[in-house]
Write a protein that binds this ligand. Structure first.
Ligand SMILES: C[S@@+](CC[C@H](N)C(=O)[O-])C[C@H]1O[C@@H](n2cnc3c(N)ncnc32)[C@H](O)[C@@H]1O
Length: 280
């Protein structure tokens, strides 16, 4: 079978299974299976594919049809135009979360300042490392309850050339941590526990529960984080939190009860308020 025939076959299987953008997905999966760029896939279309590459493509297509997200199959995802490696316990970075990076950068008057950042629930490190890529003199700390995600984040920092300014530590939000920090960011788990099973298979089955589950009302992590943020945020600094759809009022109230003041909000590309900012 040639590479072009294998591509057609993969696209047909994905289409038949109802996978959206099947042709694009087949090219991405084939590129990974054959170790070729998309351009090379086309240029070498007439070549006979190696049996082991065909077997790998067939396996990737089957897993994709089973609902496994493409980023998980490839083990990487782009965020803020940077590539992030993933592990089984890291959430796949979402384009929506770039709103947090935008809101945080908008709050910084001097991007060359020697700022101190912390990212609670850092996962792949996407928020912290995207910010460090824009703030050349900042130092960042990423905290997560999962040791596996911290190892992934540290590898990402290394690959992105940011390791000298990024530290990753295990922790339960801000417990035992000393401030102050100029910038605090967090994308905590905020899905209601009871809603997780009803989410798309890609999320419900293939994202780590610890990255999703926000308790009975989805707000447990904000309640846990609020006093830590109030204690650790520098006067004049900003905290930027990602929230779920419709959580603005509840999260504002939780932060206000901890003594934090609202400092603006920012919507994602779908017009949903995703980022809430706070000061002390
Ligand atoms: C929604 S994910 C966000 C990951 C990443 N920051 C992003 O935006 O893609 C939430 C992260 O919080 C971490 N987490 C959950 N409970 C935690 C806790 N008590 N303390 C620290 N991190 C926690 C999870 O392991 C997960 O990596």
């Amino acid at each position: 079978m040639t590479i072009t025939e294998a591509l057609r076959d993969a696209a047909a299987r994905l289409t038949a299974a109802g996978v959206a953008q099947a042709r694009l997905e087949s090219r991405v999966l084939a590129g990974d299976a054959f170790g070729l760029s998309r351009e090379s896939l086309l240029a070498r279309g007439d070549q006979t594919a190696r049996p082991e590459d065909l077997a790998r493509l067939s396996d990737l297509v089957a897993r994709r049809i089973g609902g496994e997200p493409t980023a998980r199959l490839l083990g990487r995802q782009e965020f803020w135009s940077l590539e992030f490696g993933l592990g089984p316990e890291t959430l796949i970075p979402r384009a929506d979360s770039e709103t947090i990076v935008e809101a945080a950068l908008a709050a910084i008057a001097d991007r060359d300042a020697p700022l101190r950042l912390v990212d609670f629930g850092t996962g792949s490190g996407c928020l912290l490392l995207a910010l460090l890529s824009e703030l050349p003199n900042a130092q960042g700390l990423g905290i997560d309850a999962s040791g596996e995600t911290l190892a992934v984040a540290a590898r990402n920092a290394e690959r992105l050339g940011l390791a000298a300014r990024a530290e990753f530590c295990p922790g339960d939000w801000g417990q035992g941590l000393s401030g102050p920090f100029d910038l605090i960011v967090s994308n905590p788990p905020y899905i209601r526990d009871g809603d997780i099973a009803g989410l798309a298979t890609e999320v419900a089955r293939f994202e780590p529960r610890r990255a999703l589950a926000g308790g009975a009302d989805g707000l447990d992590c904000y309640r846990a984080l609020a006093p830590d943020i109030a204690r650790l945020l520098k006067t004049g600094g900003q905290a930027v939190m990602e929230i779920g759809q419709g959580q603005v009022d509840e999260v504002d109230a939780i932060m206000a009860a901890a003594g934090l003041k609202p400092a603006g909000c920012r919507a994602d590309l779908a017009g949903i308020v995703r980022a809430l900012s706070f000061t002390r």
